[in-house]
Design a protein around this ligand. Structure first.
Ligand SMILES: [Zn+2]
Length: 297
């Protein structure tokens, strides 16, 4: 079992100055330990940089890592994407998804998508809450169309983790919305993070799981820690996760950890235990599906 290869499809790292600023914000009014714990930092690292991502992946026996760039500032997309390209070239075991933002002028968006395609980025990451993008807006739909035309896939952050009235609620991409986008853009390959929705698995089961969408993948990012959280609230969700993984198309599931926001050791142990009786499925989720999607074998 331990010899099985692992492709971590869902991770984050930040340019060193950005990582330092994030840490400083978290440390304001708190102890340093709180920020370190929030990011599950490897003992040798002070901030969630690329060096941290590589070190913590290696320490956990992860063979290849897919880094997601999130373009929060529209004006800094190119700088971020160029940094991502540099990281991909500098690290043998790294693939990178590019950053886009719907709220830039059309020419700039077209240029960015062309640049990403010209530099062999396989896809992009969208974080609608942080990017202040409504998932079913005209701007978003125009972006989906451009991505589909360019042959780039999109990994979307999805979930039900905010309540009405909370900051960012209207920008949340909920599982039912992912189903709409999946149907409206059959040529766009979509990866819905967190089994279709962070804290949104009931809705995900209703709208996304095993619904015969050829263009929809689910990643497992954070699921072990979410189950742990539910358990602390008196709910057992492990069976639901197992049901989702066994019901959904086996070639449309991808393993992810969400380093540095999550502890990869928990995710690796959780999925290996949960699917101990299904070694073929485990191999597909942990390695093969990601390798197929990213053209790496
Ligand atoms: Zn993430």
């Amino acid at each position: 079992m331990q010899a099985q290869k692992v492709y971590d499809f869902h991770t984050h790292a930040y340019q060193a100055p950005v990582a330092k600023i994030i840490m400083r914000h978290l440390e304001v009014g708190k102890r340093l330990e709180t920020a370190r714990e929030f990011f599950h930092l490897h003992p040798d690292h002070k901030a969630p940089t690329i060096e941290h991502l590589i070190a913590v992946s290696q320490a956990n026996g992860i063979d290849r890592t897919n880094l997601l760039l999130v373009g929060v500032k529209p004006g800094m997309l190119r700088e971020l994407n160029e940094w991502g390209l540099k990281q991909r070239e500098a690290h043998d075991n790294l693939s990178v998804l590019g950053a886009v933002h719907p709220n830039i002028n059309e020419e700039a968006l077209n240029n960015e998508i062309k640049w990403l395609r010209d530099h062999n980025f396989p896809g992009v990451k969208i974080q609608s809450v942080h990017q202040r993008m409504e998932a079913l807006s005209q701007e978003a739909k125009s972006l989906y169309k451009k991505l589909a035309d360019a042959g780039l896939f999109v990994l979307m952050d999805t979930g039900n983790y905010l309540k009405p009235g909370e900051d960012g609620y209207k920008y949340l991409t909920r599982p039912a919305m992912v189903a709409e986008i999946t149907k409206e853009f059959p040529d766009l390959r979509i990866i819905a993070a967190h089994l279709g929705g962070f804290m949104g698995w009931d809705e995900s089961e209703n709208y996304l799981v095993d619904k015969d969408f050829d263009n929809l993948w689910l990643d497992t990012a954070f699921m072990g820690s979410i189950v742990k959280y539910y358990k602390s609230q008196g709910q057992d969700r492990a069976e639901q996760v197992k049901r989702i993984l066994l019901r959904h198309r086996p070639d449309r599931l991808l393993f992810g950890t969400d380093i540095p926001y999550n502890n990869p050791t928990i995710e690796l142990a959780f999925i290996r235990t949960l699917l101990a009786d299904f070694p073929d499925l485990l191999q597909q989720i942990m390695w093969q599906n990601a390798a197929d999607l990213l053209g790496y074998n």
